[in-house]
Design a protein around this ligand. Structure first.
Ligand code: BLA
Length: 507
């Protein structure tokens, strides 16, 4: 078939993963009416899993009052102030179950799973406390990531635990890993954004942990298919048993992993990364262990946010000092352009650049490694057309501007600030190209669409696939971009104004 007729990877983002219509078979699910605990909807495996609690009553399912009595009164009490989560263990026949409850617009959702032989939430408290105590001593994100990979593996027993960090494009890299050698190492490998599509990332902001104990499972449908409350598909976004994307299950099988669990790392309201756990054989992680792992995820997220803030304020303080020095000098110089050229170390230092230039109507002055003046003038004309109010930055000028490829060696990185609204006048900082090799976990561009069934499939190979990335500089940090912006404000509001005043006085 014609390539244009094949579905594209963009379709990954359209799979409605919150409403799969079923659950995974390692537990059972009920939706009850909050008012009278009547059964609204149930997973088709309730007879097998909850026999004794749920019974048939002329074709519909009802709860057996005797078996439900104690859970019922606890639920009723909890519903009066349902801010905390509801968790309990309940004996059905000879089997102990862990039960959790959540209020949803489609009814009271109860989820049942076999209870752990390894105790409840308290059993893991000592480990969590030790981890929190140590967390403050780690020197930075990588050291913390190594420690949390070890801790989560110790807690759960997975063969491989990875710390996976997203970049700006939502590709991700494995920055830390702990494993027992059963599964191959993915440390330092990069994976494309389409491996974890946008609707999944959105859901993982809301629901911080997910478990797939066995990737070869048969989903258990909900009965009836639609919610009797609103006749809509049932939203299982907050369910722990939600059946997951079949494409992702195929992905897991291609990776050689039978069981998978991942925990969200959320920094400043954004999905920063995941703790991703894999096992070669099926593995059921009981709810109390998942709670402990989810809690660890929260601690680690906060610690990362703390590291980010410390680094940024340290960097900004450094820039502020250089900026103050430079402004003091420049405002006394014959002209501010002249002042910049006479203080090259500070001029480059306020953004950590390798080259800098100042372009005004009548002159181009520069220091360090910069492209030819003609190219800088053309660049200024293009930037002027963007009508910027603040800094412009890119680490890939060749992709942003047509003249960029020709000067990529010296100027793949550009940070520019306008100093006039009328003329194409700019202060620019440059960074050279840094050719890097990115090691991908499999060729990310490998056609994922099968011509056999015309459907999207995840790639089959996760063998390291090397890509040479050209035309990119080291990225500009937030603190560097801010520093450029503040320097520009000082120049425009203070230095240039002073120069005008002096010119008026001289007249
Ligand atoms: C989900 N993909 C996921 C999840 C992870 C990954 C962690 C969350 C579910 C889980 O915990 O297993 C991917 N896992 C990774 C990556 C690493 C890892 C990158 O350990 C690296 C170390 N996936 C595809 C394609 C599509 C796709 C082509 O490869 C779409 C067509 C979809 N992935 C996909 C979907 C989900 C997913 C839809 C959501 C699954 C769900 O929660 O229902």
């Amino acid at each position: 078939p014609d390539a244009s007729e094949l579905p594209s990877l963009d379709l990954c983002a359209q799979e409605p993963i919150r409403i799969p219509g079923g659950i995974q078979p390692h537990g059972a699910l009920l939706f009850l009416d909050e008012a009278d605990f009547a059964v609204l909807q149930y997973s088709a495996n309730v007879d097998a899993v909850l026999g004794g609690l749920i019974v048939d009553d002329g074709g519909s399912k009802v709860i057996e009052p005797g078996a439900f009595a104690s859970l019922r009164s606890d639920l009723a009490a909890w519903l009066k102030r349902p801010d905390d989560s509801f968790e309990q263990s309940i004996l059905i026949g000879n089997n102990r179950h862990h039960v959790s409850a959540q209020r949803t617009p489609q009814g009271l959702m109860l989820e049942f799973e076999p209870a752990s032989a390894h105790g409840g939430n308290e059993a893991h408290y000592a480990k969590l406390r030790r981890f929190v105590d140590n967390a403050e001593s780690y020197q930075g994100t990588l050291e913390l990531a190594d420690a949390v990979a070890r801790e989560v593996r110790d807690l759960t027993g997975f063969n491989r635990v990875m710390i996976y960090r997203f970049n700006e494009q939502w590709d991700g890299t494995v920055i830390a890993e702990d494993g027992d050698g059963t599964l191959p190492s993915y440390l330092d490998l990069r994976f494309p954004a389409t491996d974890i599509p946008v609707q999944a990332r959105e859901l993982y902001l809301q629901n911080r942990i997910r478990l797939i104990p066995n990737a070869t499972y048969e989903p258990v449908p909900l009965v009836p298919t639609f919610s009797p409350v609103d006749r809509q598909p049932t939203d299982l976004g907050s369910s722990a048993l939600r059946s997951v994307s079949p494409i992702h299950l195929e992905y897991m099988r291609n990776m050689g992993t039978a069981a998978s669990m991942s925990i969200s790392l959320i920094v400043d309201g954004k999905l920063w990364g995941l703790i991703s756990c894999h096992n070669a054989e099926p593995l059921h992680v009981p709810p109390p262990v998942r709670n402990a792992a989810e809690f660890l995820g929260r601690i680690v997220s906060q610690q990362i946010a703390g590291f980010d803030r410390t680094n940024e304020s340290r960097q900004r303080l450094g820039f502020k000092q250089i900026e103050t020095e430079l402004i003091a000098y420049v405002s006394r110089a014959a002209s501010f352009q002249q002042g910049l050229v006479e203080r090259p170390r500070q001029w480059l230092g306020i953004t950590n650049a390798q080259g800098a230039s100042v372009i005004t109507e009548d002159m181009v002055l520069a220091t360090g490694s910069v492209p030819p003046s003609t190219a800088m003038r053309e660049l200024a004309t293009w930037l002027h057309g963007l009508k910027l109010n603040g800094p412009y930055s890119t680490d890939n000028l060749a992709a942003a501007w047509s003249g960029g490829s020709a000067i990529a060696d010296l100027a793949s990185g550009l940070l520019a600030v306008p100093i006039s609204s009328l003329h194409p006048s700019f202060i620019m900082w440059f960074r050279p190209e840094v050719v890097r090799t990115v090691n991908w976990g499999g060729d990310p561009k490998k056609p994922s669409v099968s011509e056999v069934d015309m459907r999207i499939h995840p790639r089959k190979s996760f063998e390291t696939w090397k890509e040479n990335v050209r035309d990119h500089s080291a990225p500009w940090s937030t603190a560097e971009i801010q520093s450029a912006g503040e320097f520009r404000n000082a120049v425009v509001n203070f230095v240039l104004k002073r120069a005008e005043e002096r010119a008026e006085l001289a007249e």
